[in-house]
Design a binder for this molecule. Structure first.
Ligand code: NAI
Ligand code: 15L
Length: 275
């Protein structure tokens, strides 16, 4: 696990703390703040000592988010719906919720956000393309659109109010890659932690968009803007290749084999045609 080489911040807010990555980061972000404020709409384990605070909060509730952000120095924003759903389901947590986070940051003078964006902002790029974070966004659904909006919020709140953000377009962050596509998109938990640490402590980031991927042999992303933050991924999906490639190869017309966003590109529509 990466260690801290700088003074910790006083208080970091981690949203989405009850989720898969939130549970992992609950311990891994501890070196970076004297107090970690852990928040989610879902229940989670109680605070373990004075260095943790647990606050149950719905991101869609503007007043509750304003109170949540009071007294924090930086925000690691992971909370929200994390897979493709109907627009109506996505809009409250991801669109209104992320707006509430930035409004609260502005009102309380928070200067730094690390935002969990997603590869689904660019999911309709083909797997045969190599892109960087300044290439055209091609969202692959309402979920990807909500993350694209989050990146635009980050850009606006920097240009207008000077709040700095690193938007991490996370690929697939799990203990190990689960399928062939994830051989290209996998982000280890150690590398995720390093990327967040760089996002919190690198000075002068403005709004920087980076990809969250380990040093995978067959990656599709030129991650030059992450490198500028000092992100030097230590892991790669290569040790898992034999295990992953023992799975059947998807058919040539399977979106999992064509698009960077994989199966997300074929989800929906969520309403039937008018009869
Ligand atoms: P997750 O679904 O396990 O965690 C998200 C958390 O947000 C959940 O605990 C959920 O209760 C909470 N949440 C949902 N609606 C909320 C609301 N209205 N108010 C407050 N909290 C709410 O997702 P995971 O995998 O931990 O991902 C964390 C973040 O990283 C998400 O924003 C996701 O979109 C993003 N991400 C994750 C990737 C991955 O590979 N795990 C890949 C790309 C992006
Ligand atoms: C995401 O954005 C999702 O949150 C996660 O569940 C994975 O599906 C990941 O992308 C991915 O593309 O593998």
């Amino acid at each position: 696990m990466p260690t801290s080489s700088h003074d910790p911040l006083n208080r970091i807010l981690l949203t989405g703390a009850a989720g898969s990555l939130g549970q992992v980061l609950r311990t891994r972000l501890a070196p970076y703040a004297r107090v970690l404020r852990l928040s989610d709409i879902a229940d989670m384990a109680p605070a373990e000592g004075a260095h943790q605070e647990v606050v149950i909060c719905d991101l869609a509730d503007k007043q509750a988010v304003d109170t949540l952000v009071d007294g924090v120095d930086a925000i690691v924003h992971l909370g929200g719906i994390s897979t493709e759903h109907s627009f109506e389901e996505i809009v409250e947590a991801n669109i209104r919720g992320t707006y509430h986070i930035y409004e609260a940051a502005r009102r309380h003078g928070v200067q730094r956000v690390v935002f969990a964006s997603s590869n689904h902002v660019i999911g309709f790029h083909k797997q045969t393309e190599r892109i960087d974070a300044h290439d055209l966004r091609r969202p692959d659904g309402y979920y990807g659109l909500s993350k694209s909006f989050g990146e635009d919020l980050a850009s606006f709140y920097f240009d207008r109010y000077g709040i700095e953000t690193v938007s991490m377009r996370i690929g697939s962050s799990y203990p190990e890659p689960k399928d062939r596509r994830m051989m290209s998109t996998w982000l280890s938990y150690d590398d995720l932690t390093m990327l967040i640490e760089r996002g919190l402590f690198t000075p002068g980031v403005g709004h920087t968009v980076v990809f969250g991927a380990s040093a995978n042999r067959d990656g599709w992303w030129d991650n030059r803007y992450a490198a500028r933050l000092g992100f030097t991924p230590k892991d790669s999906s290569e040790p898992f290749r034999a295990k992953v490639e023992s799975q059947p190869m998807p058919a040539p017309d399977d979106p999992a084999r064509i698009y960077q966003g994989g199966s997300f590109t074929a989800m929906g529509p969520f309403e039937g045609p008018k009869s």
